[in-house]
Design a protein around this ligand. Sequence first.
Ligand SMILES: Cc1cc2nc3c(=O)[nH]c(=O)nc-3n(C[C@H](O)[C@H](O)[C@H](O)COP(=O)(O)OP(=O)(O)OC[C@H]3O[C@@H](n4cnc5c(N)ncnc54)[C@H](O)[C@@H]3O)c2cc1C
Length: 591
Amino acid sequence: MYKAPVQEIAFTLKHVAGMAEAIDGGPLSDLGEDLVEAILAEAGRFATEEIAPLADVGDRQGARLSNGEVKTPDGWRDLYRNWAAGGWNGLTAAEEFGGQALPHMLNVAALEMWNSGSMAFALCPTLTMGAIEALNVHGSAALKEKYLARMVSGEWTGTMNLTEPHAGSDLGVLKARAERREDGTYRIFGQKIFITWGEHDAAENIIHLVLARLPDAPDGTRGISLFLVPKFLVNEDGSLGARNDLHCHSLEHKLGIHGSPTCTMIYGDGKFGGKGAVGWLIGEENKGLACMFTMMNNARLAVGMQGVAICEAATQKAIAYAKERTQGKAPGWRGSGMSPIIEHPDVIRMLLTMKALTQGSRAITYACAHAIDMAHRATERQEHWRERAALLTPIAKSFATDAGVDVASLGIQVHGGMGFIEETGAARYLRDARIAPIYEGTNGIQAIDLVTRKLPLSDSKQVRGFITELKAIAEAVRSSNLDGFGATADRLGSSLADLEDATSWLLERLAEGRSAEALSGATPYLRLFGLVLTGCYLAKGGLANTADGLGEGRIALCRFTAENLLSETAALKDRVVHGAESFAAARAVLA
Ligand SMILES: Cc1cc2nc3c(=O)[nH]c(=O)nc-3n(C[C@H](O)[C@H](O)[C@H](O)COP(=O)(O)OP(=O)(O)OC[C@H]3O[C@@H](n4cnc5c(N)ncnc54)[C@H](O)[C@@H]3O)c2cc1C
């Protein structure tokens, strides 16, 4: 059973991702270490003791639709209410609406643990937190007054309604309609698909954020507006009124995250009376996509956390199994009978790879959260931190969610045949993990974003400055003269050179307008960046001299990563720089 790794999480936050410096005279100086420890410990306890035990029932039963109502799996309604009662929804929310205005770093660490407990369950708060943020930043004072406190308390949950059958990655073609009414409200009509937690029985009301198009809107993404559309209309005194004209038409049958209801939502077909679902504009007309992006950037990081969460849970399960399962005799095994499979070099390779990808993904996502916190709270270099967060977001989302799939798959491999049998629980991690590279902008779209929008930030000074910082870590490893690092400094040095070369090559192609060549290498480039960050952040952790007695293990894992995983960066650079040439001719094979 999953046990939240609170100590390792606290270490990564403080000594790798930058929290210690931010607390020590930085913009988080009012955040006491005791508070950090207490929040992490309680979030971890909730994940371990309350969420994880209900993950299997959620997977087996799934969410069920009957007469338009969605019933959550047994025990999940109370689980959600207990979770909300803990005040967790409001960790980063504004204090005036009942939130605690704490840093994002703490929230993502907590999200990691809740997602390890059950990704399907943690999706509900993830969406609500995004809706809270979009409403807080872009909503009118009246809308905030009416809705935010109840969403922050968790009494009401939130959703994000973008996707339509013909509009997924390309939202510019969405068709949902909005009509103006004289009283300042709007009526919404249309169908949205794949809406996570779009209908359920765990909360009293569901606040849908819906993208739709006004009749006189320009074509494409410039003609999309964002609306708040509640399941139940809310009276002036805050009590719930009539049912709004919207409903869940059906639930998807999915590969994984069975406990999370994935709904087809119909707006404005008159099923509950009325002529159109009543909605209120968030932000300005036709500027809805920008508002939604506020929510989507943090949501992308939150999805990255799902990758980390699956990595951690799958790794814990695989290590526990490998210690118990005995087969054959490992080289050098002196015990009686068969050796535990954890003694076999190939199993050690798999488990260490899982550990390294887990820790690397964790560090990258936390560093991204750190940059977001600095952008909001630092008094200097805010633009620098905004750009750093923007640069790291697609890497955090994609590298961590790809790692989630890879690590969950390795976890099954460690279990042998038992991994393929559902009762073991290893298979669920892979089934759940598989959606994360797809939603919140597919990983392919993230890679395009990284190459075309993020590399050019500040005339490429942001990415070049970042690489310089990473080089300093490699140099610090070299000058530490610690034997335990083995060839880490050299390996980091050559992987950083691969990253630098690939970055320059891409920037040159973009400057020359040869975007097809640049885009052909976008996904290998993102992985290259993620692997380099993994190596550098593990090294930073290894260099941190803490009194927790785990320092040697961190250095050893860093060395394993540098000497086993980083050799991939040379091949990735080669794919970025030379891969595109073969695309045009080989395209004919796909005819
Ligand atoms: C379980 C689940 C939950 C979801 N939850 C929500 C939710 O709560 N709210 C919501 O609005 N949506 C939700 N979605 C929808 C999800 O965000 C979309 O599925 C996703 O954005 C991809 O869109 P698509 O499925 O239409 O794929 P497509 O856009 O058709 O993409 C198919 C493939 O083509 C590639 N591709 C597409 N365009 C390009 C391009 N320009 N350049 C390069 N490659 C491209 C993609 O990377 C992908 O590999 C959910 C989906 C699922 C399955």
